[in-house]
Design a protein around this ligand. Sequence first.
Ligand SMILES: O=C([O-])CC(=O)C(=O)O
Ligand SMILES: [Mg+2]
Length: 201
Amino acid sequence: MTTTTTGSPDLTTGFAAIPTTIIGDSQDRFGLPAGLHPMWNSEPFAGEAFTVLTAPGDNLGIHKALAEIRPGQVLVVDGGGYEARALIGDLVAEKARAMKVAALVIDGAIRDVMDIADIGVPVYARAVIPAGPWKNGPFRLSTPVTVGGVVVNPGDIIVGDADGIAVITPPRAAEVLATCHERLAHEEESRAKYRELKPND
Ligand SMILES: O=C([O-])CC(=O)C(=O)O
Ligand SMILES: [Mg+2]
């Protein structure tokens, strides 16, 4: 079954300026995939999820997804967390850049990591390994998936920064974004106060 609910572009853009830590804290510290890390020092991003569920180590579905994905969307791939075979490399990253994809979030491994940094598409994954992918399927597109233990539905808002990934469900997005702004203001107050502390205060 496919569930597609779309967040408004304004809300999605609004989240790009919010740290993933604050987003997590603003939704009871849920919605934060574990084990996926930025593969290079990319800029923060936010976009809607285009999901792929694939057999571990097989990227046929990723190629099919890149023919359908829209500019600004985030390709979210449930590869079952398999780390022994890369699901993408520089060629897939080149394709993603051409399609103006906001980022690639891979619950699996990648390769060609140096070239990917040059290409400039943010990529989050579990591991780097030279072994390449099979290209046989099976796969499903635009279906609910799990990445790093978090369910991602097509159209969920995906945010990434140096700390990792946050997932926001569109029906809660406006409320979560408002809570994020409150928390940012509160943290700024605490930060200012702590800066004034002297030893033994
Ligand atoms: O062979 C593949 O599909 C993965 C890869 O190395 C690339 O995308 O450059
Ligand atoms: Mg390659």
